[in-house]
Design a protein around this ligand. Structure first.
Ligand code: 5GP
Ligand code: ZN
Length: 119
């Protein structure tokens, strides 16, 4: 899997520790950190260290990594204490989803009842 890095990307820079973030945990392949503008009492972002602009850009061969990210989302929910009460894992992709940061990331949101469907 060949993936170009994006030197100026906000989340690549957080992954490289060039920008500060409240990091919950890190593995060789991913980083989990607190969202700077939390939408709920628990709001963690889980990102791959490799740069994919969105799910649409995740190449063949990234299937295992995407699975790792989901498992890390579950770990974040456990560590933040919302595994039992419930949480939502969100992957915004593209304009209509409201995706703002063009580096694939899962949101882990919980700590209050979440409405459905989303707006
Ligand atoms: P998106 O809308 O792209 O799915 O979500 C981007 C998320 O990144 C938003 O929830 C936003 O609050 C968060 N975010 C944007 N800039 C920063 C930052 O510099 N640091 C952190 N920790 N989160 C950020
Ligand atoms: Zn990036």
């Amino acid at each position: 899997m060949t993936v170009p890095q994006d030197a100026g990307c906000l989340f690549c820079r957080i992954a490289r520790r060039e920008l500060p973030a409240k990091i919950l945990f890190e593995t060789a392949e991913l980083v989990a950190f607190e969202d700077i503008r939390p939408k709920a009492p628990v709001h963690v972002l889980v990102i791959p260290k490799l740069h994919f602009a969105s799910l649409n850009d995740a190449p063949d061969g990234s299937e295992r990594l995407i699975g790792e990210l989901l498992h890390a989302a579950r770990r974040a929910a456990r560590e933040k204490g919302v595994a039992a009460t419930g949480y939502r894992v969100v992957l915004n992709t593209g304009r209509d989803s409201g995706q703002e940061v063009p580096h694939l990331h899962f949101h882990v949101i919980g700590g209050r009842p979440l409405s459905w469907p989303p707006g």
